[in-house]
Design a protein around this ligand. Structure first.
Ligand code: SAM
Ligand code: SF4
Length: 337
């Protein structure tokens, strides 16, 4: 009997014994921002025919949930700039077996979509916010409008998501001096916040990633000057290590791909906007699911079989090295952060 025929046995287990129960899908490589750590200023985006259709994404999501995946995150690029993105959230929100439908967004479109997303079944939402200073925010995103994002955060709060988490990528001498202000903001607004070390994905033409590296440990030291922080063992199923501040419900997370490798407990895979199943963010091991979706559109068993087979390709871990030119040439917007 094959692994997909045995419902009592989790289908997606890799060669290192890790169970895959979380999939992140990039639904577009396009974005209304050009964050300096994510994209180059002058990006060429994929032609539409290369991108999975919303129906293809829905089929893929169904295959994964039937293989025991309980959590799907839609990301991008900016997922909410894709036309009819809401339709996709509504479809996925109805998938039996999906426990958690979540979203990562830059927040620019939330005043428009927050309530509808909540109604579609999105439970938690991550909003990227790297600065509370309008001019600096505009420089880091190259084009973003801080005010619009702050209004988006407010709309998300009013929409009643179970939790809202801010994500801040911290770069030395660009925004590292703002970590205390960002935590204060999160606490005041009753949000969680995670700080992310920059990862060397794609050529960005803005800064030297090694020079901009600001480790989670340095950042933690800065925060401890102003807050009493207690480590917790809580997890949201992601790579964040969490801290709490007494008297506040906010969780302060650190995502540290360089200083604290989290590969041993990796439970996820990613799907690029072109339908390439990526087994690791920091490696190129992958399987082309778009080909199967397009050549055999009605063959769900074939699709599921390919996904099960892909588990053999999942590498032990990433190999990020800030001293070298990016080895991974794809940008984060294609991969889905
Ligand atoms: N556009 C949405 C957003 O910004 O939230 C979703 C896609 S974005 C690629 C997802 C997350 O990846 C964001 O929190 C962003 O800050 C983060 N990110 C992008 N490039 C990164 C990099 N090179 N290293 C670390 N995080 C990165
Ligand atoms: Fe766009 Fe998100 Fe990348 Fe910024 S991090 S350029 S918002 S995809």
């Amino acid at each position: 009997m094959s692994r997909i025929d045995t419902p009592t046995h989790p289908a997606l287990i890799d060669n290192f014994g890790r169970q895959i129960n979380y999939v992140r899908i990039s639904i577009t490589d396009r974005c209304d921002f050009r964050c300096v750590y994510c994209m180059s200023e002058d990006m060429t985006f994929l032609p539409r025919s290369e991108i999975l259709s919303l129906e293809e994404i829905t089929r893929l999501a169904r295959a994964f949930t039937e293989l025991g995946v309980g959590k799907i995150r839609l990301t991008g690029g900016e997922p909410l700039v894709r036309r009819n993105a809401l339709w996709l959230f509504q479809q996925l929100g109805r998938l039996p077996g999906l426990r958690e439908l979540v979203l990562t967004t830059n927040g620019s479109q939330l005043t428009r979509y927050a309530q509808a997303l909540r109604d579609a079944g999105v439970r938690r939402i991550n909003i990227s916010l790297d600065s509370l200073q309008p001019a600096r925010f505009a420089r880091l995103t190259r084009v973003g409008d801080l005010n619009k994002v702050l209004q988006g955060i407010e709309a998300a709060r009013l929409a009643g998501f179970e939790r809202i988490k801010l994500n801040s990528v911290i770069l030395k001498n660009r925004n590292h001096d703002e970590v205390t202000d960002l935590v204060r903001f999160a606490v005041e607004q009753e949000l969680d916040i995670s700080f992310i070390e920059e990862m060397p994905l794609g050529v960005i033409g803005d800064h030297d990633r090694a020079e901009a590296y600001y480790s989670s440990n340095e950042l933690l030291g800065d925060l401890q000057q102003s807050f009493e922080l207690f480590p917790t063992t809580e997890t949201t199923g992601g790579p964040s290590r969490y801290y709490r501040i007494p008297g506040s419900d906010s969780r302060i997370g650190l995502i540290s791909p360089h200083s604290h490798n989290f590969c041993d407990s990796c439970n996820r895979v990613r799907i690029t906007a072109q339908g390439r199943l990526l087994l690791c963010l920091g490696q190129e091991h992958s399987m082309d699911l778009r080909q199967i979706l397009r050549e055999h559109p009605d063959d769900m068993p074939r699709l599921k079989h390919a996904i099960v087979q892909s588990m053999d390709l999942k590498p032990k871990g990433h190999d990020f090295n800030l001293q070298e030119q990016p080895v991974i040439l794809r940008h984060m917007n294609v991969t889905g952060g």
